[in-house]
Design a protein around this ligand. Structure first.
Ligand code: WTA
Length: 695
């Protein structure tokens, strides 16, 4: 069973400074421009009058209270949810934390001792309040014309049926269940079914390869995996079942067997007959689920019992299983959803994220459903069949809150005005952005063209680790600046620190850290509490370190400037350079690889790989394709390098450390200021690499 085991912290090392790029570097690479610090966009009076938080003063009052008395602030909000047993309140304390590695193991607890269930709060609570006939999900398929919907009543029934199936298969509280599904309604249904019985879901984005899926299965050892046979994405059909079969056989070879593979027959994409099948293990979803009862008892769990694992990339080593628990996550995702989108009854909310990522966990599934919102789920991609699809969907469902990623905005921007203007979009009220810093020009296009200068944009900064929004505008409360995530959410204390871990005040650039816990802080990295401490709490003692660089301007607005570690953000997907390098090196003809990020007009960053071949192997286009395929095979297509740059050798210091600073400059063709290369073991390497740029 999965539990947030708190290891001792005896093995901590200080993070090596080489893992963290210099801040100047990261600022130069961002598009942030001081001119935008003085361009303010405020909501109109009517919007403000109706807003949940209608002025900066109101925000400040609430924010101050959330810091002065976090226990009172959050328990008041938590009381709006259903608790089977209320948390014990000794001296009004509802949380405990140690963020300081010098004082012992890092530990965070919120509402411990309280018993609740997030599925109950997201579904049953609304049904009991008479809202069962309200729409929970509008599902829009990959191809226009294919759609479906579920009311809260129907959703609850389907969740119960699946929960009963899982129980029948022996899944108990604390057991892991793997979910490898595209954006069908069965994906959130599966998450909620796990939560209902206290099982821990581990959703693996359905773009991951068999190798990556196997790695995650090996880590959390699920009893059951839930998948589907195939899916249509844009014009393509992807055979997911084959990937699952391969992953399960890799897992089996490593000693982990998954007893049941529950497979949804997505016959729009592929018939049952064409689906590879393993009798005894594989079960068609539609064949069994309808036989189960549509009610299922709740497993009341402790607020600190695990809710889910979600793997994410770091700068080194294998993916990390970020573990979130129940109570604090529930309270925080619901509250952030409500305030950051100024949510009110009647809103129709659409977030384009896939449930395979944290955004889909917190802001497709839990946050909105906890608020009894009407949620649009979209199976497809923003530019299929054409660049007007998003706005067509907005008009079709009268979407009032639309939440997407800068990469989608930039790609739609390229298609020009016509596909946008063709649709009315008059239902839109609030827009959101997430996944990477939004460049001011994309921000303005989003604001002016998509939102007709009428809709505030919530640029929400947060992470898999934080579970919910950390720095975000509250629509209407204060003026926005294009490209700034503005101010911290209630209870969040950002700190910008310098290389020495000293907090800097006022206008400055620094490493973005957080002082003190917030309710949805991740509690550990599954099975590796020491890595949790080393990665996040040891670099700057006393703080959580986000891995991002940040600027604070004279008005106290925060401007995220991107990762300062070796994590690349491609289309809002976090990819560790080390993972891509190890995938490249798995190719039999590759001797060594070094991966850096380059800026990209649409995807934000792109992966640029320097590859040294084994002795005697010749460069060829075929080999280039082979290397890219190695990455598709090991990780998934989304992590494929945009460019493979042949490297007879890599620039290294005399102690053998690769100088990525130089590689970044070569990759982005900034050859004027390569910096000091005299410390290289062999400075000639640099010219050789430059000469090979277009080979
Ligand atoms: C980046 C996604 C700037 C950042 C929710 C962070 C952002 C990483 C923003 C987390 C934003 C996300 N502005 N940068 N609004 N949102 N990021 O874990 O570098 O997939 O550390 O969580 O995305 O990515 P993750």
């Amino acid at each position: 069973a999965i539990s947030p085991a708190h290891a001792t912290n005896g093995t901590l090392k200080h993070v090596s400074s080489s893992a963290v790029a210099s801040l100047d570097d990261s600022l130069v690479r961002s598009e942030r421009n001081v001119q935008y610090e003085h361009e303010l966009f405020d909501a109109d009076r009517k919007f403000k009058e109706r807003a949940l938080v209608s002025s900066k003063d109101k925000y400040i009052a609430m924010y101050n209270r959330s810091l002065q008395d976090p226990d009172a602030f959050w328990s008041e909000i938590a009381s709006e949810f259903y608790w089977e047993t209320r948390w014990p309140e000794e001296n009004g304390k509802v949380h405990f934390e140690n963020f300081d590695v010098r004082k012992g193991p890092v530990k965070v607890e919120w509402f411990k001792g309280g018993k609740t269930n997030i599925c109950y709060n997201a579904l049953d609570r609304h049904v009991h309040a008479g809202k069962g006939d309200q729409i929970a999900f509008y599902w829009e398929g990959n191809s226009p014309g294919l759609d479906a919907s579920l009311t809260y009543n129907q959703l609850l029934q389907q969740v119960c049926q699946l929960a009963n199936f899982l129980k029948d298969k022996g899944v108990k509280k604390g057991d892991a269940v793997a979910i490898y599904l595209p954006m069908l309604m069965e994906l959130p249904i599966a998450m909620l079914a796990c939560a209902r019985i206290g099982a821990v879901h581990s959703v693996i984005f359905a773009g991951f390869s068999a190798e990556s899926l196997a790695q995650r299965v090996l880590d959390c050892k699920p009893k059951v995996i839930i998948t589907c046979n195939a899916v249509c994405r844009g014009p393509k059909i992807i055979n997911l079942k084959d990937i699952v079969d391969e992953a399960l056989s890799i897992s089996l070879a490593h000693g982990v067997s998954v007893d049941s593979c529950l497979t949804y027959a997505n016959e729009v994409a592929m018939s049952r007959e064409k689906t590879a099948w393993q009798d005894g293990r594989d079960i068609w979803y539609q064949d069994v689920i309808s036989d189960y009862a549509t009610t299922c008892d709740i497993e009341w769990v402790d607020a600190e019992d695990p809710l889910f694992l979600l793997y994410t990339s770091g700068s080194t080593g294998k993916p990390k299983g970020v573990l979130h628990t129940t109570g604090g996550y529930m309270v925080y995702t619901a509250t952030t959803f409500k305030y950051a989108f100024d949510y009110r009854e009647g809103d129709i909310y659409w977030c384009t994220a896939d449930c395979g990522w944290i955004t889909g966990h917190s802001y497709v599934t839990y946050g909105p459903l906890l608020n009894c919102a009407k949620v649009v789920l979209f199976e497809g991609v923003p530019n299929y069949p054409d660049a007007g699809r998003c706005w067509e969907i907005v008009d079709k469902y009268h979407v009032s809150i639309f939440y997407t990623a800068p990469t989608a905005i930039r790609s739609l921007m390229r298609a020009g005005l016509e596909p946008v203007k063709r649709h009315s979009r008059k239902s839109l009220r609030v827009l959101g952005s997430v996944g990477e810093p939004i460049n001011p020009s994309a921000w303005k296009w989003y604001y002016e063209v998509v939102g007709d200068k009428r809709c505030p944009i919530s640029d929400t900064w947060w992470q898999t680790e934080t579970g919910g929004f950390m720095i975000t505008p509250l629509p209407g409360a204060w003026p926005l600046k294009p490209g700034s995530a503005t101010y911290p959410f209630f209870g969040v204390q950002p700190a910008l620190v310098d290389e020495n871990g000293k907090e800097i005040e006022g206008v400055c650039n620094g490493y973005l850290c957080i002082k003190g816990s917030w309710p949805s802080t991740f509690r550990t990295l599954y099975g590796d509490h020491a890595r949790y401490e080393t990665t996040y709490f040891a670099p700057f003692k006393g703080y959580y370190f986000s891995g991002d660089g940040c600027h604070r301007d004279a008005d106290g607005y925060y401007w995220l400037t991107g990762r300062v570690d070796d994590v690349i953000n491609v289309s809002g997907h976090r990819i560790g350079t080390a993972e891509v390098e190890s995938a490249l090196v798995s190719h039999p003809q590759c001797a060594e690889a070094a991966v850096v990020a380059v800026d990209h007009e649409v995807t934000g960053q792109a992966i640029y790989a320097f590859v040294t071949l084994k002795l005697g192997v010749q460069y060829s286009e075929e080999l280039r394709t082979g290397l890219k395929n190695a990455v598709r095979h090991e990780i998934g297509a989304f992590a494929q390098p945009a460019k493979i740059h042949w490297a007879p050798a890599l620039p290294k210091t005399r102690s053998g450390k690769i100088m990525r600073r130089i590689l970044r400059k070569i990759a982005s063709k900034e050859l004027e200021n390569l910096g000091d290369i005299s410390t290289l073991a062999d400075p000639h390497v640099v010219q050789e690499l430059i000469d090979l740029t277009d080979v």
